[in-house]
Write a protein that binds this ligand. Structure first.
Ligand code: UDP
Length: 435
């Protein structure tokens, strides 16, 4: 733990989407465990994300600041998280959230100086306006990014990334950067982020951030009683005999993709849990996102009811991935899900869809050989015979990718143990916040 006696007060400002919010709150938990006082800024509909932290930490140390979600003409009223919308809504979300600048400044102005935070630990996605707030009150602005160093250095190395350029510049101009990865996984890329982009050494790798354990609801109420899922998994006689299929909080499949996947599951005969998303809401900008819905083929669930469970809506993902019966995970390679799969010790079957998923594919499949590629991209439809074969084979214990992943898992778990690289970085981060 940090040697300094003074403990910081940290204002945490997460980006409202599960892939960002959940690891940011897992990080917040680690900072609280190190004695910091934390205030988390959320809008009303994201407040329930904080319930696990509320239940674990005292109100003296864990405080919330709830500000109204700034209305935006393209965002339907009542929607406050990106995952309810198609990804095209991202720029609208940035714009809406940047309007939290003034209410946050007003709030901080009303605080007695002794109650002002020492640092803001904000999402890198919000850094353009968070840096301004931090400057106005002479606070340190430290950014959090829930992706790995390989993705960061690949993306930041590209020319003209449109509206992302502003976020990246603001992140590089901030006081420091926290990344949910571990040094031993990708030392060269961590060094590259430090020397090529941040131009200082305040880059803290703190992963794999473990999911805050407080009940089973993580990021939302499970849409199926978690006991039903755990009971079914407990009844599976063999370890590593179930495949979990889930594409994170944002991705919806087309009807052709769900049909191919359903056919592959039926042909493979494997036991499975399949988490399917609710339809996205329409954005009010004239665009059409009517295809943004997972449609399970008629009769499928009835035919496979002995073999699997389809979860419509929010799934208790980490509980599933950590169950002994689950052996492989057909994933979009969202970085949060990758780390959860690694912690759960499951074979990753990679179907990268968009954004950083492709860089994660390069890192995990091509460079580290720790995952098996099964899908191309967001538009591709897998061949159901081939996918059935891979699903059935994915239960094998001695697959080289499984063996490699388990070795990486071991390094990751060492990194977060006392004395490990991520553990030490968390200590340093907390100490640095109040220097
Ligand atoms: N998640 C969950 N239940 C679901 C879908 C997602 O708990 O039904 C969680 C998952 O465990 C992970 C996060 O949401 O912590 C998704 O993050 P990730 O980086 O994998 O992907 P994204 O949602 O950003 O694509």
């Amino acid at each position: 733990m940090a040697t300094t006696t003074k403990k910081p007060h940290v204002l945490v400002v997460p980006f409202p989407q599960s892939g960002h919010m959940l690891p940011h709150l897992d990080l917040t938990h680690q900072i609280l465990l190190r004695g910091a006082t934390v205030t988390v800024l959320v809008t009303p509909k994201s407040s329930s994300y904080l319930d696990p932290l509320r239940s674990l930490h005292s109100p003296e140390h864990f405080k919330t600041l709830i500000l109204p979600f700034p209305s935006h003409p393209c965002i339907p009223s009542g929607v406050e998280t990106l995952q309810q919308l198609p990804l095209q809504a991202l720029p609208h979300m940035f714009e809406a959230l940047s309007r939290l600048h003034d209410p946050l400044v007003d709030f901080l102005r009303r605080q007695p100086p002794s109650d002002l935070p020492d640092a803001i630990l904000g999402s890198s996605f919000l850094s353009p306006w968070i840096n301004k707030v931090a400057d106005a009150f002479s606070l340190k602005s430290i950014c959090f990014l829930p992706i790995n160093a390989h993705s960061i250095s690949t993306m930041w190395g590209q020319e003209d990334r449109g509206f992302f350029d502003e976020l990246e510049t603001a992140t590089t101009e901030s006081y420091g950067l926290v990344v949910n990865t571990f040094y031993e996984l990708e030392p060269h890329f961590v060094e590259s982020v430090k020397t090529r982009f941040m131009t200082h050494h305040r880059v803290w790798t703190v992963g794999p951030l473990l999911a805050v354990k407080a009940g089973v609801d993580r990021g939302g109420k499970s849409s199926i009683p978690p006991e039903k899922v755990s009971g079914w998994l407990d009844s599976c006689p063999e370890d590593n005999s179930v495949v979990y299929i889930g594409f994170g909080s944002q991705i919806r499949l087309t009807a052709e993709q769900t049909a191919a996947l359903a056919a592959a599951l039926e042909k493979s005969g494997v036991r499975f849990i399949w988490a399917v998303r609710e339809a996205a809401k329409k954005i009010n900008d004239g665009g059409d996102n009517s295809g943004e819905e997972d449609v399970i083929p008629a009769g499928f669930e009835e035919r496979v009811k002995e073999k699997g469970i389809v979860i419509r809506g929010w799934a208790p993902q980490t509980m599933i991935l950590e169950h002994r019966a689950v052996g492989s995970y057909l994933t979009h390679l969202g970085w949060g899900s990758v780390l959860e799969g690694m912690v759960g010790g499951v074979l990753l079957l990679a179907w990268p869809m968009q954004a950083d998923h492709f860089y994660n594919k390069t890192l995990l499949v091509d460079n580290l050989r720790a995952a098996v590629r099964v899908g191309e991209n967001k538009d591709s439809v897998p061949d159901s015979d081939e996918l059935a074969r891979v699903l059935a084979e994915s239960m094998k214990e001695d697959l080289p990718e499984r063996v490699t992943l388990m070795k990486l898992r071991e390094r990751g778990m060492e990194a977060i143990e006392e004395g490990g690289s991520s553990y030490n970085n968390l200590d340093e981060l907390v100490a640095e916040m109040c220097v």
